[in-house]
Design a protein around this ligand. Structure first.
Ligand SMILES: [Zn+2]
Length: 193
């Protein structure tokens, strides 16, 4: 048995004990900005961008892609909660570069077990006992980080529910060094109009 549940609950008890006056924080983010980034476990948005509780919105998904659902959150973020600047942050060594729609669809059709990756190829031990429902999902995989940041900033910029005055900045986070590297063509595409 895993001890994860106990570990999480112990950590939470310690956190709540030193919660201080954070219960009085306002709901809208105090510093009025939002970050869209990848769910990668190596990325800690609070640490890499200097956030405290109550400061900013952080929207995460696989790849940090500007999916319909990410845009839904960004629209709520400005329209109801007042954010004025947005960052799109993808990152080096992203898992979304390691497969294509076709690959994940075939792996899911093979089985629902966790597949393995040998550094070149994905393998699945199943025998066509999975599901083809993966065929109906756009997995939003990534071929090139700078390109995907620029594409996503452009998509958000041109969305009819996104106002022109919100600047959108594009960055690639380096998991090797902890640094944010700007993608100038993305920031250019995302400038306020
Ligand atoms: Zn990633």
């Amino acid at each position: 048995m895993s001890h994860i549940r106990e570990e999480v609950l112990d950590a939470n008890a310690a956190y709540a004990k030193n919660f201080g006056d954070k219960g009085k924080l306002a709901l809208p983010p105090a510093r009025k900005f939002a970050i869209l980034t990848c769910m990668d476990a190596r990325i800690d948005p609070a640490k890499l961008a200097g956030l405290n509780e109550g400061d900013a919105h952080v929207i995460r998904n696989a790849g940090g892609r500007a999916s319909d659902d990410a845009i839904r959150s960004l629209v709520i973020s400005y329209k109801l909660l007042g954010t004025r600047e947005w960052f799109v942050i993808h990152h080096s060594n992203c898992g979304m570069e390691l497969f294509t729609d076709e690959i994940i669809r075939d792996l899911l059709a093979s089985s629902l077990k966790t597949s393995s990756y040998d550094g070149k190829q994905w393998q699945d031990s199943g025998k066509r006992e999975g599901s083809r429902q993966g065929d109906f999902i756009d997995w939003l995989t990534i071929r090139n980080q700078s390109e995907s940041v620029a594409t996503d900033v452009e998509r958000i910029r041109t969305h009819p529910l996104v106002p022109g005055e919100i600047p959108i900045y594009g960055y690639v986070y380096q998991v090797e060094s902890g640094r944010l590297i700007e993608v100038p063509e993305a920031t250019q595409a995302g400038r306020a109009r």
